[in-house]
Ligand binder design. Structure first.
Ligand code: HEM
Length: 232
């Protein structure tokens, strides 16, 4: 058991833990986006989806606990790796412009922390209803939480929409490097496939950014609006 603990704290072990938890979080982001995109189908689809998730009860809580653990392990591995790198190279370069590293790769810690701040803000907004609380208690004609109207009302606020769009761009930045580098951390790289692997991260990030920003933009443009009869 001790060898496992030692491995997890090693540089290679930390990289593998980061990759595995990063993959779990990426899976959540993809699934969450696909569920949310039902906003384009309408109120019934979104509210039904949200109610179905809540009906999963213990299974939903298991997934939530898994996600929270993944976030904690991902952050602690990132801190361990950053500290390890600083110890290995205590003197900073006179020219910090490293040739190979992209801007996204050099700012992973910063973009990751901003994404974390966004998730806290997002939970306060849509899960706990602390931001715009008047929209949070709404229910639909079937008495279910009206997640559709709550989301649309939120995005009708220009500042809320702009903050989501900015956070999604940073998330895209984080994913564009993170997704490509997880292949390397898991030993799934090969000189022949590396050029393709390098493109997977930015492509996946682009899909996530476009999918997520399409929602606030559609609401701001009036393409997605409150159902007839709902107060705006
Ligand atoms: C435009 C983009 C997004 C929309 C419209 C959206 C919408 C929502 C909604 C409506 C909820 C509450 C669901 C409910 O209580 O029934 C929610 C919860 C949540 N969202 Fe998002 N979201 C977006 C992007 C994101 C992103 C990018 C992340 C992560 C990086 C994220 C992480 C979460 C988490 C962790 C929860 C709590 C899930 C739970 O309670 O189990 N969301 N989101």
């Amino acid at each position: 058991m001790q060898w496992l603990f030692k491995y997890c704290r090693s540089s290679i072990g930390s990289k593998v833990l980061m990759a595995v938890t990063g993959l779990m979080l990426f899976g959540f982001v993809v699934g969450h986006m696909l569920g949310n995109l039902q906003i384009f189908i309408g109120q019934e689809a979104v509210n039904n989806y949200a109610a179905t998730l809540k009906e999963m009860g213990a299974l939903l809580w298991l997934a939530r606990i898994g996600l929270i653990l993944a976030v904690l392990v991902h952050i602690s591995a990132a801190i361990r790796l950053t500290r390890g790198n600083q110890k290995a190279r205590p003197i900073t370069y006179a020219h910090s412009g490293t040739v190979q590293a992209t801007y996204a790769s050099r700012t992973m810690m910063k973009s990751g922390l901003i994404v974390l701040a966004f998730v806290i803000y997002h939970l306060l907004h849509l899960t706990f209803g602390v931001i715009l609380p008047e929209a949070h208690s709404a229910t639909d004609s079937l008495g279910r939480p009206d997640v559709y109207s709550m989301t649309v009302l939120g995005f009708q606020n220009v500042l809320v929409s702009l903050s989501y769009i900015a956070a999604m761009l940073l998330l895209g930045f984080h994913l564009s490097h993170g997704v490509s580098s997880l292949f390397q951390s898991l030993g799934l790289n090969h000189p022949r496939y590396n050029p393709i692997i390098q493109k997977i991260g930015p492509s996946a990030a682009l899909v996530i950014v476009l999918g997520n920003i399409s929602m606030p933009i559609a609401v701001l443009l009036g393409l997605v609006s409150l159902p007839a009869g709902a107060a705006s």
